[in-house]
Design a protein around this ligand. Structure first.
Ligand code: G6P
Length: 494
C-alpha cells in the first residue's frame, strides 16, 4: 500500500467537507454538562472512503458539526480525535447558527448551486441573504483551515459547498497547496450565465492549484465558463490550465468509484437480511425484483421511473404478481420546498400504482425509507434481479456502481440513465434508460427481463471489471498522484 506521503502531498493534509465522518451525540447531565452517549460511524459513501486515508495521514478533517435535533451536539466549535476507539486524526467541527444553515446549506448550496449545476434552471433561487450566509460560512471554514494548515501543507476541499473558501485560504496561506473535487456536474456557459455571482464563484474555485471533476466534459465546461464569464483569466486548453491573478489552476477529470472489494465481501457474507426483508414486505421467493436506491432528490428521476413501471404493467399484464419494484428512498434536504414536493409526488405515485395494479397477495411497488446498514444494503443489491438508475442528470451516480459491485453471481442487469456520469464509463454493459421517455424505459425493462443468461452474465462481468478497475482506491491514487505531480511542477516553476 502506497503511503500518502509518497504522493508528495505531505503528511498533514487538511480535508474540508460539509458532512462529517463521525457524529457524536451528547446528552446534558443533571448539572447541565455534556455527556457523550454515542458516536455514529461512517458507512459507505465518500466520507467512509476518505476516513482510512485520513487515518493514515494523521491530518485534520474540517466539517460542519451538524446535529441531531433530539440531542445536544456541538454548541461551540468542537475538536475531537477520531476514530473514537483508536484516535488517529483531528476532526474539527464548525458549528453553524440556524440562519447560517438556512442560508448556506438549505439556501445557496442547495437551492442555487445544486439545481444550477444540474441544469435545472427553473428550480434555481438566488437570494441575497443566502449568498451572504454562503460567503460567511466559507469564511468560517477558511478560518478553521488556516488554524490547522501547516505552512506549505495541502488542503483538499470537497464539493460545491466551498466554492469561495480556496481563494480565502490562498490569500492567507500563499504557500499551501490547495485542491478541490467537485462532486456534481458543471453546467454549460449559457446556463451558468444566469448566476449573478458567477465571477465570484469562478474566482473562488480558481484559488485552487488543482480542481477535479468526475468527467473531462465537466472540466471543459468549467474552463468555457471561465473563458466567457471571468475577465482577466486565460485558459490554456491544451494544458488544461487556467491562469488567473498570478496563479495557475490545473483542471482534471477523476471519475469517482466505490469500494468494490468491500461491497463484494458484504454481498458474499450475506446473512438473513434478504429473507427477512422479503418476508417483511410480502415478496414471494420466485418474484422478479427490480431495485431503486435514491436520496429523495428531484435529480434522481424517481417519478419518471415510476411512470416507466406504470407503462410496463399496462403493456404486460402477465407481469402482475410476478414482478416487484423495491424503492429504497432516503429523505434529504427536507426543509426545502422542492424536496417536500418531490417526496409527496413520489409517495402519491407509489400509492397510485399499488392501488391500480396490486392484489391481495402482491404489491407492484414496495416503498421503504428504512435506513439499512451498509452490509444489508449490499445484500439488497445482490438479490435484486434488476438495478434501476434513472437520474435526469447526475455527476456520476455511485448507486449504479454499488449495484454492479454486489453482483457476485454476475446475474443482475443494470439499467442506467444515459444522463448519469456513470453511463459514460459503464455504458455498454448497462441497458440504456431514457428518463425523458418513459415508454422507451418500459421497453428497456422488458428487454432486460427477457435477456438470456449468457448475455446477462457477459454484460455483468464486463461491468464488474470496469467498476473494479475504477474503484475508490484507484480514484484516490489518481487524485493524490496528480496532486503530487502538480505540486512538484509548481515548486519548480520560476
Ligand atoms: C451529493 C453531494 C454530496 C452530498 C450528498 C448528500 O452526493 O455531492 O456532497 O453530501 O449529495 O446530500 P446532503 O445534502 O444530505 O449532504
Amino acid at each position: 500500500e502506497q503511503r500518502p506521503a509518497e504522493y508528495g502531498v505531505g503528511e498533514d493534509l487538511v480535508l474540508v467537507s460539509n458532512r462529517q465522518p463521525y457524529r457524536h451525540r451528547y446528552e446534558r447531565d443533571d448539572g447541565g454538562d455534556r455527556e457523550e452517549i454515542a458516536v455514529d460511524c461512517p458507512t459507505g459513501g465518500l466520507t467512509a472512503g476518505l476516513d482510512p486515508v485520513m487515518q493514515r495521514l494523521d491530518g485534520t478533517w474540517v466539517a460542519w458539526g451538524d446535529g441531531d435535533a433530539d440531542f445536544a451536539v456541538a454548541d461551540e466549535d468542537d475538536r475531537v480525535t477520531v476514530p473514537p476507539e483508536d484516535p488517529e486524526y483531528t476532526l474539527q467541527r464548525v458549528s453553524l447558527s440556524e440562519s447560517q444553515v438556512r442560508g448556506y446549506y438549505d439556501g445557496y448550496a442547495n437551492q442555487a448551486l445544486w439545481p444550477l449545476c444540474h441544469t435545472d434552471t427553473c428550480r434555481v433561487r438566488f437570494e441575497a441573504e443566502h449568498w451572504e450566509r454562503y460567503r460567511e460560512v466559507n469564511e468560517r471554514f477558511a478560518d478553521a483551515v488556516v488554524d490547522h494548515a501547516e505552512s506549505g501543507g495541502t488542503v483538499w476541499f470537497q464539493d460545491y459547498h466551498f466554492a469561495l473558501a480556496p481563494r480565502l485560504v490562498r490569500a492567507r496561506e500563499p504557500d499551501a497547496f490547495l485542491m478541490q473535487f467537485y462532486h456534481i456536474p458543471w453546467p454549460a456557459p449559457d446556463v451558468f450565465a444566469i448566476c449573478p455571482q458567477r465571477s465570484a464563484l469562478l474566482e473562488g474555485l480558481l484559488g485552487n492549484d488543482l480542481l477535479g471533476f468526475h468527467l473531462p466534459r465537466y472540466g471543459a465546461r468549467f474552463m468555457e465558463c471561465v473563458d466567457e464569464h471571468l475577465d482577466g483569466a486565460t485558459v490554456d486548453w491544451t494544458g488544461g490550465e487556467v491562469h488567473y491573478d498570478g496563479g495557475v489552476t490545473t483542471v482534471r477529470a477523476f471519475p469517482l468509484g466505490v469500494d468494490a472489494d468491500e461491497i463484494r465481501q458484504h454481498a458474499e457474507d450475506d446473512g438473513v437480511f434478504w429473507t427477512r426483508f422479503r418476508h417483511a414486505h410480502g415478496i414471494d421467493e420466485d418474484v422478479t425484483v427490480a431495485l431503486g436506491v435514491d436520496r429523495l432528490d428531484y435529480t434522481k428521476g424517481i417519478p419518471p421511473r415510476l411512470e416507466m413501471l406504470e407503462h410496463l404493467f399496462e403493456r404486460r399484464p402477465d407481469l402482475r404478481g410476478e414482478f416487484t419494484y423495491v424503492q429504497k428512498a432516503s429523505e434529504t434536504r427536507e426543509r426545502i420546498p422542492a424536496y417536500q414536493e418531490l417526496r409527496a409526488e413520489v409517495e402519491d405515485a407509489v400509492d397510485r400504482l399499488n392501488e391500480r395494479y396490486g392484489t391481495d397477495d402482491w404489491q407492484p411497488v414496495v416503498y421503504t425509507t428504512e435506513m439499512f446498514d451498509y452490509p444489508d444494503l449490499c445484500s439488497l443489491y445482490r438479490h435484486s434481479d434488476l438495478g434501476l438508475v434513472s437520474p435526469l442528470r447526475d455527476g456520476m451516480n455511485l448507486v449504479a456502481k454499488e449495484y454492479v459491485a454486489a453482483q457476485v453471481e454476475d446475474d443482475g442487469v443494470l439499467l442506467l440513465s444515459r444522463l448519469a456520469g456513470a453511463y459514460e464509463e459503464l455504458g455498454e454493459g448497462a441497458v440504456e434508460l431514457d428518463p425523458y421517455d418513459p415508454v422507451a424505459g418500459a421497453e428497456a425493462i422488458e428487454r432486460a427481463l427477457a435477456m438470456d443468461e449468457w448475455e446477462r452474465r457477459s454484460r455483468m462481468r464486463a461491468l464488474r471489471h470496469r467498476v473494479h478497475d475504477g474503484d475508490l482506491a484507484h480514484w484516490l491514487d489518481d487524485v493524490l498522484e496528480t496532486a503530487g505531480t502538480v505540486r512538484e511542477t509548481r515548486r519548480e516553476a520560476p
